[in-house]
Design a protein around this ligand. Structure first.
Ligand code: SF4
Length: 391
């Protein structure tokens, strides 16, 4: 995966995993530590890791600073990360640089600093506008922190902003979810991600659920909320382009709907190349995927010792690549481009899956057009089971 002319100027993404959080949320299984004292050593190792991988010849057109909680870092630290990446790699002139921000770990000055550092897209983890939901999710912020965060971001000049919301929270109703959606839309973000609450194995929330500490919402109600989300957001000019992701179509009706989509996240669904830095970060250059160690202390030790801190690596077989193309393609409303699939794998998608497709079409779960195969709205509710029928 080192320098190779076959990648010369091929577009790719960069992901930074900032592994710090003020407090761990009980539902989250992303790697992070609350030991903020390690920040300085981590940043030093991160700069070194970038230089160790300096011979990638891609043209990077997206940079995503995620985590963890990147907004625990000072603007000058974010500035150093962006400056180093620009020194080490070839960066596209119109690069999208996204940073995730926690409304409970940011202030007006930091937003202005992040903007001057070069961040041009901000993603705010609002999650809910209701205190009971935020308390259940164990978030550090209050509903009252969200509007000021949005205001400060706009004031700092961010004209590309995303908000994250979570639904399916115990105690939530259709009406209370609708209220969250309304409050989010009132803030006019360019992008909305609406994630269904999932109980990830090994998280404190999953343990609590198994011990009957609370009663999860029924699948039917969560399914209703999903349909409500798509209908409500579509009525408010947000186009769904992935199961959980919606982009605002501006009233000037700009021809390119993609303008407000997350260019970076689309790379994941399209199996495009990306390189990850920081503990637990994944990298993918088809057919190779590798991932860094899930320990910031080991990461620092490895990198300081002159070694990349890689924990695992896999080389996808042709069959595995086909499986990924199907499972990721079906997440997008555009679906699988069957002509591209056929060319890439030298098969006929429609012939291989003719029987399953006919059955799913009859049930209104899948839609097949000339060169596309995509899930219907009803099908999106059963995305995982439909994918497993096709692989
Ligand atoms: S702040 Fe974000 S990354 Fe940190 S524990 Fe909570 S959900 Fe996970």
């Amino acid at each position: 995966m080192r320098k190779n002319d076959q990648y010369q100027n091929q577009q790719a993404g960069i992901y930074f995993h900032i592994p710090f959080c003020v407090k761990k949320c009980p539902y989250c299984d992303f790697y992070s530590t609350t030991n903020l004292a390690l920040q300085k050593a981590f940043l030093k190792a991160l700069m070194r890791e970038m230089r160790m991988l300096c011979d990638f010849s891609f043209l990077f057109d997206t940079i995503y600073i995620g985590g963890g909680t990147p907004s625990v870092l000072l603007a000058e630290d974010i500035g150093k990360i962006i400056e180093t990446i620009r020194q080490v790699f070839k960066i596209s002139a119109d690069v999208e640089i996204t940073m995730e921000v926690n409304p409970g770990a940011v202030d007006q000055e930091r937003f202005a600093g992040y903007k001057s550092a070069g961040v041009n897209r901000i993603n705010i983890g609002a999650q809910s506008f209701q205190e009971t939901n935020l308390a259940f999710l164990g978030r550090i912020h209050s509903e009252k922190d969200i509007n000021p965060a949005v205001k400060w971001a706009r004031k700092a000049g961010f004209d590309n902003m995303g908000l994250d919301l979570i639904y399916g929270i115990p105690g939530q109703t259709r009406q209370s979810w609708l209220l969250d959606l309304q409050k989010a839309v009132d803030l006019k973000p360019e992008h909305l991600s609406c994630y269904m609450l999932t109980y990830e194995p090994g998280t404190p929330m999953d343990k609590d659920r198994q011990e009957a500490g609370f009663c999860p919402l029924s699948d039917n109600l969560v399914g209703d909320m999903f349909e409500l989300t798509v209908e409500f957001l579509s009525a408010n000019n947000y186009v769904q382009y992935e199961i959980s992701n919606f982009a605002l179509i501006k009233s000037d009706k700009r021809a390119d709907k993609r303008v407000n989509m997350s260019r970076h996240n689309r790379k994941y669904w399209l199996s495009a190349p990306y390189i990850g830095f920081g503990p637990a970060a994944h990298s993918f250059v088809e057919p190779v995927r590798y991932w860094n160690t899930r320990s910031v202390t080991k990461y620092i030790k490895d990198v300081n010792g002159g070694r990349l801190s890689i924990e695992g690596k896999e080389v996808l077989s042709r069959e595995q690549q086909m499986i990924e193309a199907i499972s990721l393609g079906l997440r997008m409303t555009d679906g699988i481009k069957t002509d591209v699939f056929d060319k890439k794998f030298d098969v006929s998608f429609k012939k291989i899956f003719a029987t399953t497709i006919a059955y799913l079409e009859e049930d209104g779960l899948i839609s097949v057009a000339e060169n596309r195969c995509s899930l219907t709205r009803k099908g999106m509710l059963f995305a995982d089971s439909i994918t497993s029928m096709l692989i």
